[in-house]
Design a protein around this ligand. Sequence first.
Ligand code: 1CP
Length: 352
Amino acid sequence: MSAMDKPENPAVADSAFLKACRREPVPHTPVWFMRQAGRSLPEYLKVREGIPMLESCMRPELVTEITLQPVRRHGVDAAIYFSDIVVPLKAIGLDLDIKPGVGPVVEQPIRSRADLERLRDLTPEDVSYVTEAIRMLTAELGSTPLIGFAGAPFTLASYLVEGGPSKNHEHTKALMYGDPQLWADLLDRLADITAAFLKVQIEAGASAVQLFDSWVGALAPADYRRSVLPASRKVFEAVAPYDVPRIHFGVGTGELLGLMGEAGADVVGVDWRVPLDEAVRRVGPGKALQGNLDPAVLFSTREAVESKAREVLDAASGLEGHIFNLGHGVLPTTDPGALTALTEYVHEQTAR
Ligand code: 1CP
């Protein structure tokens, strides 16, 4: 049996989440939340106490526990592997850290041809703790599918070139416009690393993968097409033979949805700025959609949350495949109870 032909747990294959990804009829609309693991949960804060973020990503037992926490608490339809988009870059030896309250910080930003040499290939041995954690996790998860993930080449490049989080991505754009060949080579290197990292997760047992291109909404469509699409497409093509659903997500991507569809994913994630009935026209046929409640809505009253969730479900009512999610990650101070109630509401409203 080839690695791409692993025996699949039939209960996972029949889950509402994977059915919706494949645009098959579902018993209820599946729900999960981006950044559901490791945010506001008191049980998360407790187990993370005193352990730096990147170190916690390398401890399989801790990763397993944190990944399971939101599944236990909210009854969501999928788990997302607890890690971070910069983990594969750390694993190939880049000098980076995740600073509390800041995010990923890179000691020496990547801005020249010589800097590119520091981006070597990722091998499964570099991230053996990921394989170990996913094996432990899939044994514990039973019929709940596990989503693996990675940062998309553009979003990873933005951290590497800026040296940390950035609002305007000025160094990134300076490189993209000023040295298109170096930029293309950088994104191509990152596409290979990202594809290798997703393959490790699929081989270990992830049932779907999501590519986070969180900051690509900073680009105009022509720039996306020229400078980003080839690398993201390369990632999706590399994992296509595994036949697991591939999800593609970015923030502020209303004008890019058609091009993101062209990049090759099976499911396109949409933020809250574009209603799903409009998003489906932009993305084009043959793809499921994921989204798209504004995460800030969860700070309002229960009635308001339900009425806004109802709007999302109504806009999704004509879709062939819909996975309910937020339009971006859970905000850190969100009341966990609001997420549990929202999960129950969507399940109850969509039970068929
Ligand atoms: O979804 C989950 O619950 C799994 C865990 C997860 C995921 C999917 C973490 C843990 N990070 C991510 C992805 C991630 N990381 C993205 C894409 C998703 C998104 O857009 O939200 C991005 C852009 C990052 C980069 C990052 N890592 C930031 C954002 C910084 C910025 O530019 O504004 C931050 C704050 C981190 C650190 C981080 N990652 C994860 C956790 C729990 C933390 C906080 C750790 C800490 O401070 O101790």
